[in-house]
Design a protein. Structure first.
Length: 579
């Protein structure tokens, strides 16, 4: 008897979750924080615990119609409202609408010493009343250390912490408790909160090479899968933005639509149609080779098609870029005024690599462009290693491919080991690579453009001279002279020499042609004279032949007549029979 096993797919219940409304955090947690359970957010001072907690409350009230209670053990209500007003959070308005209640609880250590006991019953009554008064679904306690700052008995402390977490669970509210980072490997001061919490989020604020970066990591999340990596997050005028930076699959959608580069000759080198939509392109070269000009031309072409473009400038200001490109006939100012082109200029050392990635991610999500330009990426080497820059660009390219956004990077080549590693590392990530090199010859520096690679399309393997004029950009077919590829004045000089040689050759050939024509005419005259002479001789010969024939005829007639006379033949003397 065969062993028959049930292969029917079983469906498992999923843990109820409450969306936080915080950009990126819901994606990392795959749905938000555990509903009706406490979540611990821990970290050192200044890492953003209070801000993340208040945003959780505000987003819940505004976006999901879930009232919230914020219990502060450190800051007063008006101080808290003032601190978050710059982020666009109007706490007073939410309180007036009965969607938010802020309660400041001050624990006096002297009161604890007088009674000799520590009991949270009063807090539970106060908190329960606040929850019931507005029907709160969300609760924040900020921070736990201030609540237990006067308690020295570790046994009582642990019992009260467990009691607090159990009370919140029984109340059925989705709660956040903030706590300060402990010493060494401990996540919290007491070392107990992380064990009784259903979800633990660790915030970190680190400074490396004088550049600060905030990171988030989910230490645990009971009953569900979640992202386990470190994720950078940004605090700006719109609150917190967390960027999921790791892509685990290579299942991106691709497009067969082609986009013009804005340079017709370059389009011809790429099969006559340009780059694929949603693809990535690297333009590398030494200083002054025209990388920004190529990027500006690509941006101009996108805006002319009616597509939105974001230009991340890492070296020059927007006004400087616009002014410089106007000198070669590219007017980006009109696209800025029409809202099709958006500049985002900042020095690379303003943030760490991850923070730049978060800022770009957020800007792209907000403006939803079709084309993105980053000029140049080489400056990121100043704030991170080659491998870190490569990892950052992998994440950025993955994100842009998911959104079907075309991106162009520029990179400065300095002929150094680090720079060569950067070019090689980045070039393996992109779909197309354009290399612009200096061609020095005859005391002159000109530019040559190479299509090093272009995935999925036929492209030219020829070197083209890259020319920048006041009328725009152009690519000229290379000119091969006796000494190799010639550009610039050397090209013009060689062309002039060859034109002069052709003129001299043409003149010599003309002279030979005229000489041949004269000889032909002389020969034709001689031939005509000989023909005439021949005709004369032939006519004389014919005359002789005719005279001889006539003479012969006459002689023959005379001979016949003499013969007849000698025989005496006559017409009268013939016999009748002869007649």
């Amino acid at each position: 008897m065969s062993d028959k096993r049930n292969t029917t797919t079983r469906s498992y219940p999923t843990l109820p979750k409450s969306l936080t409304g915080i950009t990126g955090l819901d994606e990392i947690t795959e749905g938000g924080l555990p509903t009706g359970r406490p979540t611990l957010i821990c970290g050192q001072a200044g890492c953003g615990k209070t801000l993340m907690s208040i945003e959780f409350i505000v987003r819940g009230a505004v976006q999901f119609n879930e009232p919230g209670v914020f219990v502060a053990f450190e800051e007063k209500s008006d101080e808290l409202a003032m601190n978050v007003a710059s982020l666009g959070f109007d706490l007073k308005k939410l309180q007036d609408e009965k969607m938010l209640r802020i309660d400041h609880v001050h624990i006096d250590r002297g009161e604890i010493e007088e009674t000799g006991e520590y009991d949270l019953e009063g807090l539970f009554i106060r908190l329960g009343y606040a929850i019931d008064s507005i029907g709160a679904k969300r609760v924040v306690l900020d921070t736990l250390e201030n609540l237990f700052s006067g308690l020295t008995n570790q046994g009582v402390l642990r019992a009260e912490i467990r009691r607090l977490f159990t009370w919140l669970k029984d109340k059925g509210v989705t709660a956040i408790i903030t706590g300060e980072r402990g010493e060494g490997a401990a996540l919290t001061r007491q070392g107990l909160e992380e064990y009784v919490s259903d979800c633990v989020i660790l915030l970190d604020h680190r400074v490396i090479n004088q550049i600060s970066t905030r990171r988030l990591r989910i230490i645990k999340y009971r009953g569900t899968v979640h992202g386990t990596n470190e994720y950078p997050f940004l605090i700006d005028e719109e609150g917190i933005s967390v960027l999921p930076v790791t892509s685990l699959t290579l299942s991106k959608q691709v497009s067969t639509e082609r986009l013009s580069t804005g340079i017709p000759a370059l389009d011809e080198m790429l099969g006559g149609k340009g780059f694929y939509r949603g693809g990535s392109t690297l333009v590398s070269g030494t200083a002054g080779t025209g990388k920004t000009s190529i990027a500006g031309s690509f941006a101009n072409a996108a805006c002319q098609r009616g597509e939105t473009c974001i230009y991340f400038a890492m070296e020059e200001s927007p006004n400087q870029i616009i002014r410089n490109l106007q000198s070669i006939g590219i007017d980006l100012q009109k696209h800025v005024e029409s809202g099709m082109l958006h500049f985002n200029a900042s020095r690379p050392n303003l943030y760490g690599l991850e923070m730049h990635l978060v800022a770009m991610h957020k800007t792209i999500k907000k403006l939803k462009p079709e084309v993105v330009i980053i000029d140049p990426i080489t400056n990121f080497i100043n704030i991170g290693s080659v491998s870190e820059v490569k990892n950052m660009l992998v994440r950025l390219i993955d994100f842009l491919q998911d959104e079907q956004i075309s991106v162009m990077f520029t990179a400065l080549s300095l002929n150094t080991i680090v720079n060569e590693q950067t070019d090689e590392g980045v070039s393996s990530l992109v779909d197309a690579w354009l290399l612009v090199r200096d061609i020095e010859f005859n005391g002159e520096r000109n530019r040559g453009l190479y299509v090093m690679k272009s995935r999925g399309m036929k492209h030219s393997n020829q070197v083209r001279e890259f020319v920048i004029t006041d009328k725009g950009l152009n690519l000229i077919d290379v000119y091969l002279g006796p000494d190799g590829v010639l550009t610039g004045s050397a090209r013009a000089q060689q062309m002039l020499l060859e034109q002069t040689g052709e003129a001299i050759h043409s003149q010599a050939m003309g002279r030979k042609d005229r000489e041949i024509l004269r000889k032909r005419k002389v020969l034709e005259a001689k031939i005509a004279s000989l023909n005439t002479e021949y005709e004369s001789v032939e006519e004389e010969l014919n005359k002789v032949y005719l005279e001889e024939a006539l003479k012969k005829e006459i002689i023959e007639k005379n001979r016949e007549e003499l013969t007849r006379l000698r025989r005496g033949d006559s017409a009268e003397g013939k016999s009748p029979e002869q007649k």
